[in-house]
Ligand binder design. Structure first.
Ligand code: TRP
Ligand code: ZN
Length: 470
C-alpha cells in the first residue's frame, strides 16, 4: 500500500465532517472519502448487502451452547475497497459486537437496524485490500417478515439450524449479505461433545478438548451468503467420496436409520450424476445433504454443496424429486447466482424443471404430464420475471418458470437446448448473471431470435401458444 492510499489530510478533514454530521450535505470534491452505502442496491431488498467493498473470504469461528442458546463468534473478513471509503457497513441482525479491528487496528463501530457501521482510523482507498475482524456474541434469532416468513438462526431442541432465503447469514455472522458479493468460507464451529456441527464444503475433521468439539468446514468456491448453513445437533453422519470428491450426508438421529429421509438423501450421488449429464460438470468440490428433524422447517434449501431438507418432504415416503430440485440449484443459483432477487426464476424455474427431467428419467411421459398440469394451473396474470418481493417463492416463479424453460426447449430443439444449459453453467460458473444474460446465451447458441418467446413466457399476461403444438 503506497501513501497515495492513505491521504492523511483528507481523512482528518473527513473525520471532522463525520463528527459534525456534514458529509451528506456538503459538495463532494474528487479525492474525498465517502461512507459505503448501507445497501448493495437490490430493488426488492434495499437494505441487503452494502456498497463500497467486495469480500474475498470469510473465516468464521463460532461457539454455540444449546443449553444457554449463547453464541460467541469471531469473523475475519478479507475484502477489497471498490471506492474511497471513509467507513463501511456489514449486515448483522441482533447480537452484540465486542470489538472491531481493521487491518489489526481497533476501529470505531456503531449499530443501526440490521447494520454494523465500521469506521476505521484511516480511510480505505479504492483497490486497497483490507481485513476486518469482528468479535461478537449473543443469542441469535431468526428474522421474521410477513411476506418472507422466518429466516436465519433457529435454536432447535438439542442444537440449531442456520438457514434461510433471501437472507439468513446476518443472523449469525457479520456479512455483506447479498448474492452479488460471493466469497469463500472457512467455518469452525465449537459445540458440546456429542453434538455434530455440519456446514458447507469440504470437511476438515474435528478436534475435542475440555468437553467441546470443534468441527471444520471449508467452502472453496465463491458462495452467496444465503447459501451458508450451520446445522448443530445429533446426526447420523455418513462420510465418503463420490466421483473423487468428499461426500457428507447427515440425517437427524431422531429419524429412522433406514427411513424415507435417509434413503432419499443417500441418492445424492446418483441424482447429481444424472443432472451432470444434462447441465454439465458438477460445479463444487464436495457433495452432500442434511435432513433435519425440526417440524418448523417446512422447506428445503440449496445450501452450497450440502442442501438442507426439512423432515416434511419425506412424510409420505422416499422423495428423489426434492433432492433433484436442491441439487439442480448447485448449478442454477449456487454456481451461477442471480444479481438481483427479481431474477429468481433463473434459480427456481430451472430447479423445478430438473424435477421434471428427473421424473422423465424415472418414467417416460412424466415431463409432458408435468408441463401440461402446470400449464393448465398457471395464473398468467402473474409474471415469472420480476414477480414482486412477496412473489419470489410463488408458482409464477417455480412452475411458470419451468414452463418457460420447456418452451425454450420446444422452440430450439433438444440438442441446442442442452447446449444452451451447458454453455450457461460453464460461462457463468462461480459468478452472477441476469435474465438478459440468459437470453443472450440462448440466442447465441441456438442462432435464433428468442426475445418474443421469453417475453411471452416470462412476462406476458395471457397463456402463450405451446411451441410445436397445433
Ligand atoms: N429456495 C428453496 C427451494 O426452492 C425454498 C425456499 C424458499 C426456502 N424460501 C425459503 C428455503 C426460506 C429455506 C428458507 O428449495
Ligand atoms: Zn428451489
Amino acid at each position: 500500500m503506497g501513501d497515495r492510499s492513505r491521504p492523511a489530510t483528507a481523512v482528518v478533514l473527513l473525520a471532522v465532517l463525520l463528527a459534525t454530521g456534514c458529509t451528506g450535505t456538503g459538495p463532494r470534491r474528487s479525492g474525498e472519502f465517502s461512507p459505503g452505502a448501507a445497501g448493495i442496491g437490490d430493488p426488492y431488498f434495499p437494505s441487503y448487502g452494502n456498497g463500497g467493498y467486495d469480500v474475498g473470504s470469510y473465516r468464521l469461528r463460532v461457539r454455540y451452547d444449546p443449553a444457554s442458546r449463547a453464541l460467541t463468534g469471531t469473523a475475519t473478513i478479507a475484502a477489497t475497497a471498490t471506492a474511497d471509503l471513509s467507513r463501511f457497513n456489514l449486515d448483522l441482525a441482533g447480537l452484540t459486537v465486542r470489538g472491531v479491528r481493521v487491518d489489526g487496528a481497533a476501529a470505531r463501530h456503531q449499530r443501526a437496524e440490521g447494520e454494523l457501521v465500521v469506521t476505521p482510523d484511516r480511510g480505505l482507498a479504492k483497490g486497497a485490500r483490507f481485513e476486518v475482524e469482528v468479535a461478537y456474541d449473543g443469542t441469535p434469532a431468526p428474522v421474521t417478515s410477513p411476506d418472507l416468513g422466518s429466516n436465519g438462526f433457529l435454536a432447535t431442541a438439542e442444537g440449531a439450524v442456520a438457514l434461510g432465503q433471501p437472507e439468513s447469514a446476518s443472523t449469525w455472522f457479520p456479512v455483506n449479505d447479498h448474492p452479488l458479493d460471493k466469497a469463500t468460507y472457512e467455518i469452525e464451529a465449537t459445540v458440546p461433545d456429542g453434538l455434530t456441527a455440519i456446514s458447507n464444503g469440504v470437511p476438515g475433521g474435528s478436534t475435542t478438548t475440555g468437553g467441546w468439539t470443534t468441527w471444520k468446514w471449508s467452502e472453496r468456491s465463491p458462495m452467496a451468503s444465503y447459501l451458508s448453513t450451520l446445522v448443530i445437533g445429533r446426526y447420523r453422519v455418513s462420510t465418503g467420496t463420490h466421483a473423487g470428491k468428499p461426500m457428507v450426508t447427515a440425517v437427524a438421529a431422531a429419524l429412522p436409520a433406514d427411513g424415507a429421509a435417509a434413503r432419499s438423501v443417500a441418492r445424492t450421488g446418483e441424482i447429481a450424476d444424472f443432472l451432470a449429464t444434462r447441465f454439465g460438470p458438477y460445479p463444487f468440490d464436495a457433495y452432500g445433504g442434511v435432513v433435519v428433524d425440526d417440524q418448523r422447517i417446512r422447506y428445503a434449501l440449496e445450501t452450497q454443496s450440502r442442501p438442507v431438507y426439512g423432515p416434511v418432504f419425506f412424510d409420505s415416503g422416499e422423495n428423489a424429486g426434492v433432492v433433484a430440485h436442491e441439487l439442480a440449484h448447485q448449478w442454477f443459483g449456487d454456481s451461477v447466482s442471480l444479481s438481483r432477487w427479481s431474477d429468481i426464476w433463473l434459480n427456481e424455474g430451472f430447479a423445478t424443471y430438473a424435477e421434471w427431467l428427473w421424473a422423465e428419467h424415472e418414467q417416460a411421459g412424466a415431463l409432458r404430464r408435468s408441463f401440461d398440469t402446470a400449464y393448465a394451473a398457471t395464473d398468467w396474470a402473474k409474471p415469472t420475471l420480476d414477480p414482486g418481493r412477496a412473489g419470489i417463492f410463488g408458482n409464477a416463479v417455480y412452475k411458470r418458470g419451468a414452463l418457460a424453460v420447456h418452451a425454450l426447449r420446444l422452440t430450439v430443439g433438444d440438442e441446442a437446448f442442452f447446449r444452451i444449459l451447458k454453455s450457461w453453467t460453464a460461462e457463468k460458473r462461480d459468478g452472477n448473471a441476469t435474465t438478459a444474460d440468459f437470453v443472450t446465451v440462448a440466442q447465441r447458441v441456438s442462432g435464433k431470435q428468442l426475445g418474443p418467446l421469453f417475453d411471452a413466457w416470462l412476462s406476458g399476461t395471457g397463456a402463450p401458444p405451446v411451441p410445436g403444438r397445433g
